[in-house]
Design a protein. Structure first.
Length: 466
């Protein structure tokens, strides 16, 4: 016993010596796996007054201020602006191991100290000025508050056709930024150079836009976009008979809703990876697609069944208190079956319940495209990539085509791009994580096809009476 105790003290002394050589100053780099893999760079500087910041290159985030708390055995990096906290244990002078905590989620994270400069990923399509067109900041007034946007217009006098760009699900900025890609900046630049005025806006609660997105449904968000359409009527140089929409993913849903609800104000719509089937079916398909890449088929079917059970509860519920109890029981049973820890009152569990009970999710899974597509009579261009891992390409495109035909709209075009993902990039694995590794933001072929279609339909509709 004494011999073992002596070995323990030797180990302890060695460990303390290693920690004693620890210097928190420097660059601490780690990979956070949250569906995709994000590189986090915690930068600590200073001689007497230690200060730090966080960079997330793939998201274009740089120098986000952070607080540093160091003890003999641990280090904490608190990033208040994004409600994030790294809580790590000192392993040696260049290694920290712990967890990243953000908005109720806990994710393992290992940081290694590295020196040198860290360059953001290459994005060759991101436009650089000077630009051969007018670009101005505008404020759009909606029921959510003031929404900040950028309006780009061709030079010169004229009555230009105009487009409002609509981001996909989740709170996004006007460029629909993801992994340092700026798809809507790329698209708006190309469209404006081709002769179109383009409005793109920060979603409510993002960037300079006001409003609370937490209680908003897709229908609520559609009213923000319609406010943008109405704002274009107040701008000079806009042909108000030729205003249309381009929506990506959930933005395609919003385009459907607005074209059906305000047919006299929407001259055309382009749906990029939009829905042609119910939101319920989309989420179930996503679950099967994603889990089948890593799990045996028997486990895949279990995951799908669990997903269907939860979504059915949510869709059919009329009592939020009863639903919360049902969800708790269902998630608890699943945790027991998976032999996972289940703490009902933990922040992580409460965050998961709140997400499952959000108004957005209930609306999304109840969404039936036919309810709106039957009333869409304007020209429609529906596109998707064959390797989309978020919205099943063939089935959704075919459904959009059949629904438009069924209800008498023959002015449409449907196209699938082989070998492309949800962002319209040529891909290999085609999962979300790969988005970050691809330098191209949107394949030029897709941009060219959109522009060619827009020129055709706006020429046809240039004299349309309202």
């Amino acid at each position: 016993m004494i011999r073992l105790l002596g070995l323990f003290f030797c180990s302890l002394i060695t460990l303390q010596a290693q920690v004693a050589n620890f210097d928190v100053r420097g660059n601490w780099v780690g990979e956070l796996k949250v569906g995709a893999t994000l590189e986090l760079i915690f930068k600590v500087r200073g001689l007497y007054n230690i200060e730090g910041s966080l960079d997330v290159p793939l998201q274009g985030a740089k120098d986000i201020p952070m607080l540093i708390n160091e003890t003999q055995q641990s280090v904490k990096f608190q990033v208040q602006a994004i409600n994030g906290l790294f809580d790590g244990k000192k392993i040696d002078s260049i290694t920290l191991e712990g967890n990243w905590k953000q908005n109720g989620g806990i994710y393992p994270l290992k940081l290694v100290k590295k020196e040198g400069n860290f360059e953001p990923p290459k994005r060759p399509q991101t436009p650089n000025g000077p630009f051969p067109y007018i670009s101005e900041e505008i404020i759009v007034k909606s029921s959510a508050g003031n929404l900040a946007g950028t309006l780009t217009k061709p030079m010169g006098k004229g009555s230009f056709p105009a487009i409002v760009l609509i981001t996909g699900s989740g709170s996004q900025d006007r460029d629909e930024s993801i992994f340092n890609h700026k798809p809507f900046f790329v698209l708006s630049d190309a469209l404006t150079r081709a002769g179109f005025a383009v409005l793109r806006m920060d979603d409510r609660g993002v960037g300079s836009s006001e409003g609370d997105p937490s209680k908003a449904t897709t229908k609520d968000l559609s009213e923000d976009i319609y406010a943008g359409v109405r704002a274009l009527h107040m701008q000079s140089g806009i042909d108000t008979t030729r205003i249309g929409l381009i929506g990506h993913s959930e933005g395609g849903m919003i385009a459907q809703i607005l074209a059906a609800t305000y047919p006299q104000d929407i001259a055309f719509i382009c749906s990029m990876a939009g829905l042609g089937i119910s939101g319920f079916e989309v989420l179930v398909w996503q679950t099967r697609k994603v889990t089948s890449k890593t799990l045996p088929m028997a486990e895949v079917e279990k995951s799908v069944l669990r997903q269907k059970t939860l979504l059915t509860m949510i869709k059919e519920s009329t009592d939020s208190i009863k639903l919360r109890s049902q969800l708790t029981d269902s998630l608890g049973l699943w945790a027991v079956q998976q032999q996972k820890m289940f703490v009902v009152n933990s922040p992580e569990f409460r965050a998961q319940l709140n997400q499952l009970q959000s108004p957005w999710l209930k609306y999304f899974i109840s969404y039936d495209p036919e309810k709106y597509l039957r009333d869409v009579k304007c020209p429609v261009f529906a596109i998707n990539g064959s390797e989309d891992m978020q919205v099943e390409s063939e089935r959704n495109l075919k459904s959009i085509e059949l629904l438009l035909q069924k209800h008498g709209n023959v002015n449409f075009r449907v196209q699938e791009y082989k070998g492309m993902n949800h962002l319209f990039q040529h891909c290999n694995t085609c999962d979300i994580e790969e988005y970050a590794k691809i330098e191209t933001t949107i394949e030029q072929e897709v941009i060219d096809d959109i522009i060619a279609w827009l020129k055709k339909v706006t020429a046809k509709n240039s004299q349309r009476k309202r």
